[in-house]
Design a protein around this ligand. Sequence first.
Ligand code: AIR
Length: 346
Amino acid sequence: MNKKKLGILGGGQLGMFMCQAAKRNNIHTVVFSNTKNFSAKKFCDTYFIGDFNNKKILREFIESSDFITIETENIPKNILREIELKKKLYPSSYIVEVSQNRLREKKFLNSIKGVSTVQYKTIKNFDDLKQSLKIFNNYAVLKSCEMGYDGKGQFLINKKNIDEFRNINFKDFILEEKIDFEKEISVIVCRTEKKIITYPPVENFHKESILRETTYPAAISKNLEDMSILIAKNIAEKLKLEGILAIEMFVMKDDSILINEIAPRPHNSGHWTLDYCKFSQFDNLLMAIFNSSVESPVPIMNCKMVNVIGKEYKKKSEYIQNYKFYDYYKDEIKDLRKMGHYTFKC
Ligand code: AIR
């Protein structure tokens, strides 16, 4: 019998983990990468390299896959829609389009009863920026609506540095209030038409807008745990999710929850599930796609995941000796680039 074939748009570390999980489940993987040296290269069965807008490659990629998923939300809308005309995309192009634009994402989230985000303003010119900064007590974050991840396209703005932003191209920006939260947590939800499961909330620690550490479980009350799971399920239901969605949340000092952002793909804060759950986030994505079902994760023990960022990668042998280390096989060390991660029980 022919193997089932999964097409993956993007070939970074998330794609790499998808390929490894697929191999364990006898699923054939086809990666479409827009960079030449990519993490998933040595783990996929076949690959295409080229611009996502290359019609010929896109056609061949679609033809060689039974189902298609994404490992980054930064994929042009026209490509997602074209794929969906021919093959089922997990999650749907609608969900990816909501999550790839901060303004659309915030409008969607705030339209759900019981769900809120931080305050924000649409910024179209320097005057907007000046006015909105005042509203947010002269301390706020300017964010590009699209194509940002790991802090890219984000700038902390205050009275002193605002003039540096006078001449930027304001085509597509929002300004978010800078909030004083208690904790950052995330919940991963997997859903099919038949079943919905969530991974328990984990606690995340960011530095320079990039995730450094995730701890399972999050040190929060049972009440907050239940509330975060309820919100995650609610968002997934509203989106009619089929596949996986990660939801980043802020726990505020008054125990309320604000949603930071959603990501319709496996998430860095879910990498602990590879070692410390019966079913990892990647297993559940594959089950959602190929079995139309998902399984409760069954966490095994308390643990931590630590990202290896930029030059920290040079200490790789030390991590290998002391922890369970995962290499992302990136072609180049860059500042603030995720190069690998390690996990340990605690
Ligand atoms: N990624 C996607 N959205 C956020 C993140 N971190 C992962 C994906 C993508 C890779 O990071 O796996 O392909 C890109 O990493 P880099 O270091 O090449 O920018």
